[in-house]
Design a protein around this ligand. Structure first.
Ligand code: NAD
Length: 405
């Protein structure tokens, strides 16, 4: 009977039972507060849509400080096993343990489950304070490659013997002469890694009726890594989606047909300008790890900042998906019931969409928007709004539930 409660992955599709078990990591610091608020909102949305016919069975799994205190391990194997077994999970922020031999629990989780696509939707909710004039024009989804680039690269420190040995090799084999006091960084970008990420972005655009996929890169400078990402992106679109995609060159001035997605590319520095001046030109973004890191946070700033941005790390080939708050543990606010739970709530809405329970996801978004418009919000938004009333994290969640009906 138990297996009926598990989300499974059959013929490249998630099969979601009416009462799926979903593992969650509460998270460290403010994690307890925002998890409690988010679970309340997610459960309320599901109950209000299906009156008990559908319901999530939450299963707590441990990571971070709570795991360390209870088991002596920061990331117990049972936690990885649970995400593998149940496929879809959600997590709050985790402390990065200093000097414990594990660089980051988030990186470890992404690596162990090969969650190669970091997906960050960035959209504006009416009422949220924004530093730009027309934040409502921002409606993008960033697909950031999660497993390569400088994060999987090699860095050698200036002055070390190993650095000198590599320098000698580069000098004798490649005629590459650099200042002897240099540090050196090497990054990998592969065709297979780029292809699977760009494929996810194109398929997302097709499934969500988006009009364009933009490949963002620094291929003008880094031709065989970032330039190759661009080249492989166009190749993939042409070979795997000939009937669904088109390029500027192929359009040759004609209007974009209804049934086609425009595949285009932009150099990263220009992208940052245009995302501010012409945000309406971009819908789905596919990019490498480091560019994606910068881009996700810069775009989030346009629509309300760190407390608002949802995210997911997904392996579309195996059906694993881990939804998460994108901010950290904000230790100084831990346990004060004060911070904004929207990032984790919206990640929960993304999770419901991913499960095909989109009706509940739309209810959450609508409840949140009405709460923002009411100007009864957590401290981070209240201090940027005129005549706003500051409410606690848990009170904000109750407001969202109240507005959902
Ligand atoms: P942080 O995001 O925790 O906090 C920075 C500041 O942002 C906070 O002081 C607060 O003013 C604000 N903030 C963050 N979340 C907020 C929310 N929900 N509502 C309102 N304001 C919010 O970043 P940090 O201080 O650099 O990192 C603290 C810890 O979190 C570190 O251990 C770090 O490694 C970890 N971290 C974890 C994740 C993750 O788990 N995904 C991400 C980033 C940082």
């Amino acid at each position: 009977m138990r297996s009926e409660l598990k989300i499974s992955f059959e013929e490249d599709r998630l099969v979601v039972p009416d009462r799926p078990v979903i593992p969650y990591i509460e998270g460290d610091g403010i994690g307890t507060d925002i998890w409690r608020a988010s679970a309340r909102v997610i459960d309320h949305a599901v109950a209000s849509c299906w009156q008990g016919d559908r319901q999530i069975t939450w299963k707590e799994v441990l990571a971070g400080e709570k795991a360390f205190n209870q088991t002596g391990q920061w990331l117990p194997q049972e936690t990885i096993d649970a995400f593998q077994e149940y496929r879809v999970g959600i997590k709050g922020p985790l402390t990065t343990p200093v000097g414990e031999g594990i660089r980051s629990l988030n990186v470890a989780l992404r690596h162990r489950l090969d969650l190669y696509a970091c997906v960050r939707p960035v959209r504006y909710f009416t009422g949220v304070p924004s530093p730009v004039k027309e934040p409502q024009k921002v409606d993008m989804v960033v697909f950031r490659e999660n497993t390569e680039d400088v994060y999987a690269g090699l860095e050698l420190e200036s002055g070390k013997d190993e650095t000198k040995r590599l320098m000698d090799h580069l000098s004798s084999e490649y005629g590459w002469h650099i200042r002897p006091d240099s540090g050196i960084g090497i990054k990998p970008i592969s065709k297979s890694g780029s292809d699977r990420l760009i494929k996810s972005a194109i398929e997302y655009a097709i499934a969500h009726q988006r009009r364009s996929v933009t490949l963002v890169h620094k291929g003008n400078i880094q031709k065989f890594t970032e330039g190759a990402f661009r080249k492989w992106g166009y190749q993939l679109a042409k070979e795997a989606y000939p009937d669904r995609t088109v390029t500027w060159e192929e359009l040759d001035g004609a209007a974009l047909p209804e049934d086609k997605i425009l595949i285009k590319d932009t150099i990263a520095d220009i992208f940052f300008q245009q995302a501010l001046t012409r945000p309406g030109d971009f819908e789905v973004i596919a990019t490498m790890n480091l560019n994606g890191d910068y881009i996700s946070d810069a775009l989030a700033a346009q629509v309300g900042g760190v407390g608002m941005a949802p995210g997911a790390n997904i392996n579309y080939e195996k059906g694993y998906a881990l939804f998460e708050a994108t901010h950290g543990t904000a230790p100084k606010y831990a346990g004060l019931d004060k911070v904004n739970p929207s990032s984790l709530i919206l990640s929960g809405a993304m999770m419901l969409d991913h499960m095909g329970w989109s009706e509940a996801a739309r209810r959450i978004e609508s409840g949140l928007e009405k709460a923002f418009i009411s100007k009864r919000v957590t401290y981070d938004l209240a201090r940027l709004m005129d005549c706003a009333e500051e409410v606690s994290c848990s009170a904000f969640a109750e407001l969202v539930c109240g507005y959902m009906a």
